[in-house]
Write a protein that binds this ligand. Structure first.
Ligand SMILES: NCc1[nH]cc(CCC(=O)O)c1CC(=O)O
Length: 310
């Protein structure tokens, strides 16, 4: 069997989740030789500006896809929420392994609950979606942007730069830090997660039949179905990463549901649509259709027009 070279970002979280995934794959194929190649992406290098202002889309992915194309690597392990909804020609997400916790986690100094945060508290996030939802729940707090790897963000909070921060539960759980640092988890029905949050996407060249077959052994059909519905909705709505957008799908007693969210950046406008359909692509499109019908797409078009003028 050939040697498999796996591309991963160099951050602590990326390497940890890559190693965890490789361990799963290795258990299925004890003979396989699997090696990690670390890749520094633009998203890792630019740490001093808000990501949505430098084009957001695909910043953590592009260099890794180039390495995949050049056959420097055979497989890329991504956080699926960082992967643009349309892949470049020649690549496929061949595997979505079992999803981690999709929720957002709230972290605060002295473990003060979100509802008990004093007026004028400063909450750090780098996500438009999190910022808009925070402001719609509490218009008496300030949302400030924070960047850096998750450990950097936690340190900044502990140093007093922020009273609280929001992070994906999945990253904290994978690192084994959640029990120590999380104050509370937000209910996805009330605080809607990012599209594909908590899921990994394993990307390969579409003609690599051998790897695609191997990856089937660690693929979660249910989680792939849910993230397909979510990513179909994302693809229809935006893709530019400059819009507060969220969504999550669930399978309940065999029924597939998708909840989609579009907001204005200030949190004042909030559109939520929930629908059910057995086909994930149809479901993503149904929720998108309804969003267009109720006017949510106008927010997106306005944000995109404003950005085009800058
Ligand atoms: N945008 C950065 C990013 N990409 C994936 C995760 C966490 C893990 C995941 O959602 O799979 C994070 C950090 C965060 O949002 O806290």
């Amino acid at each position: 069997m050939r040697k498999i070279i796996v591309g991963s970002r160099r951050s602590g979280l990326a390497l940890t989740q890559s190693k965890q995934f490789i361990k799963k794959l290795q258990a299925q194929f004890p003979e396989a030789e699997i090696e990690i190649k670390e890749i520094v992406t633009k998203g890792d290098r630019i740490v001093d500006v808000q990501l949505s202002k430098v084009g957001g889309k695909g910043l953590f992915v592009k260099e890794i896809e180039e390495a995949l194309k050049n056959k420097e690597i055979d497989m890329a392990i991504h956080s699926l929420k960082d992967v643009p909804s349309v892949l470049p020609e020649g690549f496929v997400i061949a595997c979505v392994p079992e999803r981690e916790d999709m929720r957002d986690a709230f972290l605060s100094n002295n473990k003060v609950l979100f509802k008990d945060l004093p007026k004028d508290s400063i909450v750090g996030t780098s996500s438009l979606r999190r910022g808009a939802q925070l402001l719609s729940m509490r218009d008496d707090i300030t949302v400030n942007w924070v960047r850096g790897n998750i450990d950097t963000r936690i340190k900044k909070m502990e140093a007093g730069e922020y009273d609280a921060i929001l992070l994906a539960a999945a990253g904290l759980k994978r690192m084994g830090w959640s029990d120590n640092v999380v104050t509370e988890y937000f209910d996805p029905e009330e605080f809607i997660p990012a599209i594909a949050q908590g899921a990994l996407g394993i990307e390969v060249r579409e003609d690599d039949a051998e790897l695609i077959e191997m990856l089937q052994t660690v693929h979660s059909v249910d989680d792939a179905t849910c993230t397909t519905a979510e990513r179909t909705f994302l693809k229809r709505m935006d893709g530019s990463c400059q819009v507060p957008i969220g969504g999550y799908a669930t399978l309940e007693d065999g029924e597939l549901y998708l909840t989609g969210l579009i907001m204005s950046e200030d949190g004042n406008e909030r559109y939520v649509v929930k629908k059910s359909h057995q086909d994930p692509v149809k479901l993503g499109n149904l929720v998108a259709d309804e969003m267009e019908k109720i006017g949510a797409k106008d927010i997106i078009d306005m944000i995109n027009e404003n950005n085009a003028g800058k």
